[in-house]
Design a protein around this ligand. Structure first.
Ligand code: G3P
Ligand code: CA
Length: 227
């Protein structure tokens, strides 16, 4: 498989993270895939933003899971964008862009599994159009139990070995380690165990060159144009 360029929160290095223009920009810059973060809001919809609160990225305040979709939609990002739902991101991307959905919030596994099932049954997508990742053991376990066919990636900032243990437990297809954790030796072990390796968030040219040499399968970057 050729190396996948995965736009982090869209093209975070160029436009406001996790916004529709940022996702469009990532594809324009050559990304074949995008990464995004999801939470469930108070009215049950999957919304795309990174933090557990809206404070950093919008003109509002409060916890995402306590806000309704209508109140989230009334907020502004950088004075000109709105927070997208997961459906809106897929509408903008269209088919053919591989999407890494990170379950950032809590209790996201069921809504994410339902979302993917709906796209498969109603819109002609297949499981291979998605990979669902998380740092959170409970979310990964829940997703694996609810939807064993959904491709899982195990995120880690701490240990490739631990990510591989969880990957074995939840039949994941990939591990997603921070790039600083990667070595020739742990990459070899992960490959021998059959896992794809999607590493993040690799922005500097020398780091991009290093992880390319190590033979990862995908690079999650704020700057898809740098790959
Ligand atoms: O999925 C890779 C990366 O996005 C994980 O860290 O904090 O950017 O969500 P974070
Ligand atoms: Ca993320």
């Amino acid at each position: 498989m050729p190396l996948l360029t995965i736009g982090h929160r869209g093209a975070k290095g160029h436009l406001a993270e996790n916004t529709l223009p940022s996702f469009k920009k990532a594809v324009e810059l050559g990304a074949q895939a995008v990464e995004l973060d999801v939470h469930v809001c108070a009215t049950g919809e999957l919304v795309v933003l990174h933090d557990f609160t809206v404070d950093r990225t919008t003109n509002g305040s409060g916890e995402v899971h306590k806000l309704t979709l209508a109140s989230l939609k009334a907020l502004q990002v950088e004075g000109k964008y709105t927070l997208p739902t997961l459906d809106e991101v897929f509408e903008v991307l269209g088919k053919g862009v591989f999407v890494n959905i990170e379950m950032k919030g809590r209790h996201t596994a069921k809504p994410v599994a339902d979302f993917i099932q709906r796209y498969i049954t109603e819109k002609g997508y297949t499981y291979s159009d998605f990979i669902v990742s998380s740092f959170q053991r409970e979310e990964l376990e829940a997703l694996h139990n609810i939807s064993p066919d959904t491709p899982i990636g195990v995120l880690t900032q701490a240990s490739v070995a631990q990510a591989m243990e969880w990957a074995a437990e939840f039949k994941a297809v990939a591990i997603h380690p921070h790039f600083s954790l990667l070595t020739e030796s742990n990459i070899k072990k992960a490959k021998q165990a059959g896992y794809e390796i999607y590493t993040w968030t690799v922005n500097e040219p020398e780091d991009i060159a290093r992880v390319k040499t190590l033979g990862v399968d995908g690079i999650i970057t704020d700057y898809p144009d740098r790959l």
